[in-house]
Design a protein around this ligand. Structure first.
Ligand code: E8B
Length: 232
């Protein structure tokens, strides 16, 4: 998160840190006791290894009462996702066991009605992604409030030039923006997860490249189907 602020500790108890060998790679969030939603492109540099999922954390390094690292039983990238574009950029992770829910670990509901969030709506995004252009990583969760911008503005030829589909949404990226390592985190509008951070053009803080999110509502059936089939 570029030019955000430290989140109030444990006030976003749905936040997950997807880790490899103890290193934060991407964000995610708890959508059910045994399921975390994130971004498929986060698996680009994992060469087949499974993530570990840190829940209940504010600091990535300090001991905290309800902080716990969960093993992942299985990862389900959306079948339509690929490394060449941002399409269907969703990843479901089934935890090895149900997460222990408490004040610092809670499920976040996601939007199921497939209707665009109105432009200028203020939404919030959080993550442990880089906080400056030198790639400095924060130890503590950062947050940022950003206004939604219309798909037409986001698709302008000087912005994302028609690549934003009806399954994506955008927020203003002037100065304050999501960045590397924030992918997979939720865009929360009115207490409901409306989108999942995608890497889009992999530039940060440039107003000509608004932040892009995969809208969740169009994928509700896919999410329910995977959870139902894998839970048995
Ligand atoms: C395996 C993955 C971590 C690779 C990756 O995602 N790289 C990467 C590099 C630069 C910017 C970003 C990035 C993320 C989220 C939002 C944005 C744009 N606001 C950029 C993402």
């Amino acid at each position: 998160i570029l030019r955000g602020s430290e989140a109030r500790p444990h006030l976003k108890p749905y936040m997950a840190s997807l880790q490899l060998d103890g290193q934060h790679v991407c964000g995610g969030f708890l959508i059910a006791e045994q399921w975390v939603l994130s971004a498929a492109h986060c698996t680009e540099e994992t060469d087949g290894k499974l993530f570990q999922v840190l829940l209940g954390a504010h600091s990535l390094t300090e001991p905290e009462p309800h902080k716990r690292l969960y093993q992942v039983r299985a990862q389900f990238p959306h079948p339509g996702s690929n490394i060449h574009n941002n399409k269907d950029d969703l990843l479901l992770l089934q935890l090895e066991e149900k997460a222990e829910l408490n004040a610092d670990v809670r499920v976040l509901p996601f939007q199921r009605e497939d209707r665009d969030v109105a432009p200028d709506t203020m939404c919030e995004v959080a993550g442990w992604g880089t906080i400056d252009h030198s790639g400095t990583r924060p130890d503590k969760l950062q947050q940022l409030e950003r206004p939604v911008i219309s798909r037409d503005v986001c698709n302008h030829r000087t912005r994302h030039d028609g690549t934003i589909t009806k399954n994506m949404m955008c927020t203003d990226s002037r100065r304050r923006d999501t960045c590397k390592g924030d992918s997979g985190g939720p865009l929360v509008c009115g207490g409901v997860a409306e989108g999942v951070v995608t890497a889009s053009s992999r530039v940060c803080g440039n107003y000509k490249k608004p932040a892009i999110y995969t809208r969740i509502a169009p994928y509700a059936a896919w999410i329910d189907g995977v959870m139902a089939s894998a839970d048995g």
